[in-house]
Structure formats: structure tokens, C-alpha cells
Design a protein around this ligand. Structure first.
Ligand SMILES: Cc1cc2nc3c(=O)[nH]c(=O)nc-3n(C[C@H](O)[C@H](O)[C@H](O)COP(=O)(O)OP(=O)(O)OC[C@H]3O[C@@H](n4cnc5c(N)ncnc54)[C@H](O)[C@@H]3O)c2cc1C
Length: 322
């Protein structure tokens, strides 16, 4: 009999494990993160955080807290340089200015924050949203069957073992992953593609200035206005599918009313003061894009059609594989 029986178990309560727990909780999925350390990472390690990470933190409601902690630890808006020693000679500018040019792409700004500064914020948010973190336990064995996964965890102080049962299991136990070793998965590749990575395409990356909300790309950031408040298109995503239509796309918004589908006509429901939406999204005034809850475009229509409901239902079916 397992001591815990949970929908999702996560090996590792570092940056990836805690983020996974936080995002799952945000979608109403309870999880249990199993972390070997007590009290989180003692070493700074990750410090430079990219725009997409900050955009996802914004969706999770922790962007302000992360910024505050970052400003406490570092001078904002810095860069990265190479020195021959701390007090010595500058050898090169690696990143001259952290945020040059980001305004056109994102409502967020890149920043520096240490891992010991960030992990408690993620852990707190994950807890608040309903996730659990089990500290001082390491995953030592796992076994998958038709219904889920059984994990053996060992208490790092006493050596005592317990079994945890989960429907799904995420390995987020870092670079020297025990989970990867247990599953025989080799480590391969490196790279950073920040905002331009693509889903479902042989081409894995596109310039985010040029992606124009193509299917499989991140839905671009555009500043809009709602009830007198400035919001980013990105603030509309996160928990539901979202249909964004042009000002003449009323037919799309009346086609399908579902609680899990948000519909907005940009230029009518939302004000586009800078008139940037249609160009940035590559749409005509009656076109529309459908965006996954994670902010990626899953379907688009260049203009209104005779049967918008039929087309939309078909698009959702094929997106969800139903
Ligand atoms: C010197 C240095 C500088 C870096 N700078 C940057 C940077 O500027 N920007 C950046 O984005 N990245 C940076 N990185 C990389 C960054 O630290 C990692 O990408 C990030 O920590 C990965 O997060 P993670 O959750 O996968 O792994 P980790 O943060 O390592 O978390 C894994 C967790 O799993 C736990 N664990 C391990 N095995 C088990 C087990 N069997 N059972 C239970 N728990 C287990 C560990 O205790 C750990 O807490 C840097 C790394 C180093 C070493």
C-alpha cells in the first residue's frame, strides 16, 4: 500500500519541478514534488532568466515578486561581461544590455535572480495553489504499469523507504538525473531559443519578430487596453483556449460559447491604441487565431467564413485529437 497516491508525482523540487507543480496546480491538477534537499538549493547557479520564463511567471502571478527579489539581489537592467578577475580587466561584453529591444516582443523584462532567491517564491506559489512538496526524500526506484507509476523514495537522514503511487510522473531531478538513469535515457544537446521555438514543425525556431502568429509559434505580445487598463495579449492566456479575432470578426466570437474558450475581438472588446494587432498577428480585419492555454497558436483563419462554428469545432477537434 502506497503512503501517497497522487495524480502527478515529480522527482525534484528545483526550478523545473517547482514550476511544474505550480503550473499544474494553476490548472487544478494536484501534484507531489519529491525533493532530496531540505530548504532548497544553497547555491546561486541559474541567475539570468529569459523572457519566456518571465512571461510564464507573469501568467502564474509571481512576476512582481520575482522582480522584487531580483532587484534586492542585483542591479536591474544589467549585462554580462567577461573579466580576467573580479577586480581586474574587462575581456569582453557577452550580453551588453540585458533588455535592449525587448519592448517590441514582450510585456516582461529579462532579469537576474539567484536560485535560492527564486525557489522559495515558486514553492510558496505552488503550495498556495494546492501542490505538495516532500523534502528530504530521494527517488531511488520506479516501476511503470498500465495504470501509472510506483516510486520508491528514501529518507535522506534515516534511510527509511516509502512507496508513492502516481498516475503520471515527471522527472525534474536536474542534470545528473537519477530518473533518466533509471529509464536509460541518454543526455543530448544544448541550446537556448528563448521566444522563437516552434511546435509541430521540422523547423524548430523562427525569429519571434517574424513569426506573425503562425501555427505552432508563440502568440506574439501586443499592448492592448481593457477597462482602462493596459494589458498584453499574453495576459489573456494561461488557463483557457483563447480566440483572438480582428475588429470585423464578430462572427467568430458568436460562433461557439464555452466556459473554457475565451473570445475577444481586438479593436472592439479590447482597444488596440497602437493599431499593432493585425500586423503583428498577420491577420485581416475578419481573421482569427486560436491560442492554446500555454500561449501557442494552434489554428488560424485568414478571414471570416460562411460556417465559422463548423470550422472552429473542427479546429478544436483536430487540436485536441478528438
Ligand atoms: C554555475 C551555473 C550557472 C548557471 N547559470 C544559469 C543561468 O544564468 N541561467 C539559467 O537559466 N540557467 C543557469 N544554469 C542552469 C540552471 O541551474 C539549471 O538549468 C536549472 O537549475 C535546471 O533546473 P532543474 O529543476 O532541472 O534542476 P535543479 O535546479 O538542479 O533541480 C533538480 C532538483 O532535483 C533534486 N534531486 C536530484 N536527484 C533527486 C532524486 N533522486 N530524488 C529527489 N530529488 C532529487 C535536486 O536536489 C535538485 O533540487 C546554471 C547552472 C550552473 C551550474
Amino acid at each position: 500500500m502506497a503512503e501517497h497516491d497522487v495524480p502527478v508525482a515529480i522527482a525534484g523540487g528545483g526550478l523545473v519541478g517547482l514550476s511544474a507543480a505550480m503550473f499544474l496546480a494553476q490548472h487544478g491538477v494536484p501534484s507531489l514534488a519529491i525533493e532530496r534537499l531540505r530548504g532548497g538549493s544553497p547555491v546561486p547557479r541559474a541567475a539570468h532568466f529569459h523572457l519566456r520564463t518571465l512571461e510564464l511567471f507573469r501568467l502564474a502571478g509571481v512576476e512582481d515578486e520575482v522582480k522584487e527579489q531580483s532587484e534586492w539581489e542585483f542591479l536591474p537592467e544589467g549585462g554580462i561581461i567577461a573579466m580576467d578577475s573580479l577586480a581586474g580587466r574587462k575581456l569582453a561584453d557577452i550580453i551588453g544590455s540585458l533588455n535592449s529591444g525587448v519592448e517590441a516582443l514582450s510585456p516582461c523584462r529579462r532579469l537576474f535572480i539567484t536560485q535560492p532567491g527564486l525557489e522559495p517564491i515558486l514553492r510558496r506559489r505552488a503550495h498556495q495553489a494546492g501542490a505538495q512538496v516532500l523534502e528530504g526524500q530521494e527517488v531511488v526506484a520506479l516501476d511503470q504499469d498500465a495504470d501509472g507509476v510506483s516510486l520508491i523514495c528514501r529518507d535522506v537522514d534515516t534511510g527509511q523507504q516509502q512507496t508513492i503511487r502516481a498516475s503520471y510522473f515527471i522527472g525534474a531531478d536536474g542534470a545528473h538525473s537519477k530518473v533518466r538513469e533509471l529509464l536509460g535515457i541518454p543526455m543530448d544537446g544544448r541550446g537556448n531559443i528563448e521566444l522563437g521555438y516552434l511546435y509541430g514543425s521540422e523547423q524548430v525556431h523562427d525569429d519571434p519578430h517574424q513569426s506573425r502568429a503562425r501555427v505552432g509559434s508563440r502568440a506574439p505580445h501586443v499592448w492592448l487596453e481593457r477597462d482602462g487598463q493596459r494589458i498584453s495579449t499574453l495576459d489573456l492566456f494561461g488557463t483557457a483556449f483563447v480566440l483572438l479575432a480582428g475588429p470585423d470578426g464578430a462572427g467568430w466570437c458568436s460562433a461557439l460559447a464555452r466556459p473554457w474558450l475565451g473570445c475577444y475581438r481586438v479593436g472592439a472588446d479590447l482597444i488596440d491604441r497602437d493599431a499593432g494587432f493585425l500586423t503583428t498577428y498577420g491577420l485581416s480585419a475578419s481573421g482569427a487565431v486560436l491560442v492554446w492555454p500555454d500561449g501557442f497558436v494552434c489554428w488560424r483563419a485568414e478571414g471570416l467564413v460562411d460556417d465559422p462554428r463548423g470550422l472552429l469545432v473542427g479546429a478544436l477537434r483536430s487540436t485536441l485529437g478528438r
